[in-house]
Design a binder for this molecule. Sequence first.
Ligand SMILES: NC(=O)c1ccc[n+]([C@@H]2O[C@H](COP(=O)([O-])OP(=O)(O)OC[C@H]3O[C@@H](n4cnc5c(N)ncnc54)[C@H](OP(=O)(O)O)[C@@H]3O)[C@@H](O)[C@H]2O)c1
Length: 272
Amino acid sequence: MSTWFITGISRGFGRTMTEELLRRGHTVIGTTRNGKGPFEHNNLRVFRMDVNDPSEVTAIMQAAVQAAGRIDVVVNNAGYGLVGAVEEVSDAEVDHVMATNFGGTHRVIKAALPFLRAQGSGHIVNFSSVGGFAGSAGFGIYCASKFAVEGMSEALAIELKPLGINVTIVEPGYFRTEFLSRDSAVVAATHISAYADTAGLTRSNVSVVDGRQAGDPVKGVAVIIDAVESGKPPFRLPLGADSIARIEQKMAQVQADIAAWRDRTTATAFDD
Ligand SMILES: NC(=O)c1ccc[n+]([C@@H]2O[C@H](COP(=O)([O-])OP(=O)(O)OC[C@H]3O[C@@H](n4cnc5c(N)ncnc54)[C@H](OP(=O)(O)O)[C@@H]3O)[C@@H](O)[C@H]2O)c1
């Protein structure tokens, strides 16, 4: 049995993953922004933490290791969606979503690594998104925050492999959590009519899709936990048929772009 540290267990994926881990006999150290657990359990310990607060993150990670003795898996789950065309999103809206989705993930990793390195083992699971692999209208800045998570994670996986620590990024498509609800998703305050048919459509779709997403979080978290427990965890774990379809579409698009200009772009070295 292992000990999992998970950010944002109040609801959504974090809560569902906590339930499944406890059911399987693991120990969970979870964080919520109000310090209250979603429920009580002998193998669950809850700490108050906002991933945006650097001092809290370091102190809580220390307290968590002290409480549990060790941490085997760190799950960076806390995050939220920002809806708006790139031009519509304000500097403050960009800063906050980047600080939470990317900065928070980086901060938690930095706080955890001294302990994982000392153990010589561990697994870091970072929630990205299908939007961390392929951009879509109306989610540009959210996608940027998840692309940042992916770039960092790819480098991190190379750096940590010799130290015996695994890294996995999870790329969910649409799952029926509170992600698209008014309590989670932030809609940019500015609306520009020129984007009515692109980002505007995404904006109006959010409330239509909310509560009707195909992805079942219970099945989703079971796949994530199975992958970690498999002993041969993947680096990239797309989650949901919609995620796989979009990723395959993007890979084909990248290959087509490369093929169309390969002769010219490979002939750019100095002649000598
Ligand atoms: N569901 C999807 O369709 C989907 C798709 C792709 C990726 N994802 C990713 O999956 C992860 C979990 O989202 P979800 O679907 O479970 O959404 P959710 O139901 O809205 O839950 C989000 C969780 O993140 C926490 N959180 C947000 N900002 C935080 C902060 N600054 N500090 C600490 N905790 C914070 C929330 O805590 P509070 O209760 O305090 O707000 C909540 O527990 C996110 O990283 C999201 O980007 C979800």
